[in-house]
Design a protein around this ligand. Structure first.
Ligand code: SF4
Length: 537
């Protein structure tokens, strides 16, 4: 185990907490020392939940270690049952709890509680949060749906004619990146295809819901790192196929619709025809063409990193220069995705390695986690968050999915806007001597705009003094006491037209000022770029 200041994933019992917290009537009894209650803050502060997670900690202290910590665990489990009356209970130990080897499973069994008790063996020193979430969900599904499993070899009963297909949505948890909104986006897509959602789990599912997972015709896995293992078991136990495509991006959403329609026996054409995504046109439109070929570095969990690399390269025309993940369990998938882009994947959970790779590759946009947001800020590179771990601002109040056609719109906005800010900064550099764009000028939407470095509004005289300079650019320019009339070469005029309209006038005036001061006429493409370099210095 490596001690570190930042970590991409918490210990596996945090993953178990994400499952229990997502559900409505499951309680988790965790054998853990007093300090481990910190994990509650992830949910109450970062996810902004209005209530504590459904977790009871035994909170043993150093002085308890000489006494009977097993008894402490049993009392905690008994009291939690009496107080919360859950429909099922998870029991396990945190990293430190694991070291005292009290066997929470056996102790809970000895209590004889009248509800299913599911023991969790989460090896804290080898595994991490997502693995813990996957293992917990798998144990819950096996424990609660297992008793309803048909006898081996029994064929799935065929759907009655006219009956809509039913599916489960698997994987969304508490503390997940946009899981809440993805569930809504995918449920909407499914309902437009005429598919009924049997159960969504673990998000807002009850123990009884888990028990009836086998009633569905197939499973939609939103986050393979969390629900992949449970879906594989459901396939073996109930013969339910799994929809393999994760609908992030327009192309993947179209593939998802087609795959679901095939399993449900419906026609995907009406949903595909009414895609309602602005991403494809926006990314082709003239305002976005200057984004083509932007160098992008992608890092996150496997599901989001693979999807982001695909969208960046296939849907936005960016050039992916780096792709990686901290999810060692899904490293193979990320390696394959990187190989398709001619890259070698970066598989690491050491943020310093990620920072070094990012600094070396010098991308123009970073798509990453909360960690990469800090890294990009230090390196002065625009960044958008695409994956957990996330911070409080990544749980927006508004509906903001990543999946489905609306998710693609959200992605376009959140990736392209940081780049536009970059463009503005570049232009501000180019025109910093201009009266409107100089370093001391305030934002144009703040009224008079111009202010001093100290932040006070500039006296009116400042603007008045600058005005003649601008006016002089419109008049014939005096060079060495000999006025010249500037003209533009046709190819330079064409090049000028490529500059966005809202700054084209400024570019023309600055270039003419540059040319006039040097007696250059006609203005050529070379003059235009010399002027750009001059004002951008
Ligand atoms: S020992 Fe484990 S649970 Fe406790 S603080 Fe460290 S990582 Fe968290």
């Amino acid at each position: 185990m490596q001690l570190t200041v930042w970590t991409y994933e918490g210990p596996p019992h945090v993953g178990a907490m994400r499952i229990a917290t997502a559900m409505t009537d499951v309680h988790y009894v965790l054998h853990a020392p007093q300090g481990d209650t910190y994990a509650d803050l992830l949910f109450t502060m970062i996810e902004r939940r209005g209530e504590r997670p459904p977790v009871t900690y035994t909170t043993f202290q150093a002085r308890d270690l000489g006494g009977d910590t097993a008894d402490l665990f049993q009392r905690a489990a008994h009291d939690a049952y009496e107080r919360f009356k859950p429909a099922a209970m998870l029991v396990g130990a945190s990293c430190t709890g694991e070291l005292i080897q009290d066997d929470p499973a056996g102790l809970a069994r000895a209590l004889g509680l009248p509800i299913p008790v599911i023991p969790l063996e989460l090896p804290s020193y080898q595994r991490k949060e997502n693995w813990g979430a996957a293992e917990t969900f798998y144990r819950l599904v096996r424990g609660l749906a297992g008793p309803h499993m048909p006898a081996p070899g029994t064929a799935r009963p065929a759907r009655k004619p006219g009956e809509p297909a039913r599916c489960n949505i698997l994987g969304p948890t508490a503390l997940g990146f946009r899981h809440r909104d993805d569930v809504r986006a995918v449920t909407d897509l499914l309902s437009r295809l005429g598919v009924v959602v049997n159960v969504t789990a673990p998000w807002q599912a009850s123990a009884a819901d888990i028990a009836r997972l086998g009633d569905a015709d197939f499973n939609v896995v939103l986050y393979p790192e969390i629900a992949g293992q449970a879906a594989q078991w459901l396939k073996r136990a109930f013969g339910q196929p799994t929809v393999a495509t994760v609908p992030i991006g327009v192309g993947a959403t179209r593939d998802f619709v087609t795959e679901v329609a095939r399993l449900a026996g419906v026609d995907p054409a009406p949903v595909l025809a009414d895609a309602a995504s602005r991403l494809p046109w926006y990314s082709r439109s003239v305002d976005s063409t200057y984004l083509t070929g932007k160098r992008v570095f992608v890092f996150g969990d496997a599901t989001h990193a693979i999807a982001a690399a695909r969208i960046a390269s296939e849907e936005l025309g960016f050039k992916v220069v780096g792709l990686g993940t901290y999810s060692h369990e899904q490293a193979r998938d990320v390696r394959e995705a990187a190989a398709r882009l001619g890259l070698e994947a970066l598989i690491t959970d050491d943020y310093l390695e990620v920072e070094a790779a990012c600094a070396e590759l010098q991308p123009e946009l970073v798509l990453g986690t909360q960690m990469e947001r800090h890294i990009a800020k230090r390196l002065g590179i625009p960044c958008a968050v695409i994956s957990a771990p996330v911070h409080v601002q990544d749980f927006p109040a508004r509906y903001s999915p990543q999946m489905g056609f609306e998710g693609a719109n959200v992605i376009f906005d959140s990736w392209v806007h940081p780049l536009m800010m970059g463009l503005e900064e570049h232009l501000l550099g180019m025109f910093r001597d201009d009266f409107e764009f100089n370093d001391g000028a305030g934002s144009s939407h703040l009224g008079h705009g111009t202010k001093h470095a100290a932040g006070r509004p500039a006296p009116v005289t400042d603007a008045v003094e600058r005005a003649p300079v601008v006016a002089a650019m419109e008049a014939p320019v005096l060079v060495a006491e000999r006025p010249i009339v500037l003209s533009w070469a046709p190819d330079a005029e064409l090049e000028l037209k490529k500059i966005p309209f809202f700054v084209r006038g400024k570019a023309r005036r600055n270039t003419e000022k540059f040319a006039g001061e040097r007696g250059i006429s006609p203005i050529t493409v070379e003059t235009l770029y010399d002027a750009k370099a001059h004002f951008g210095r």
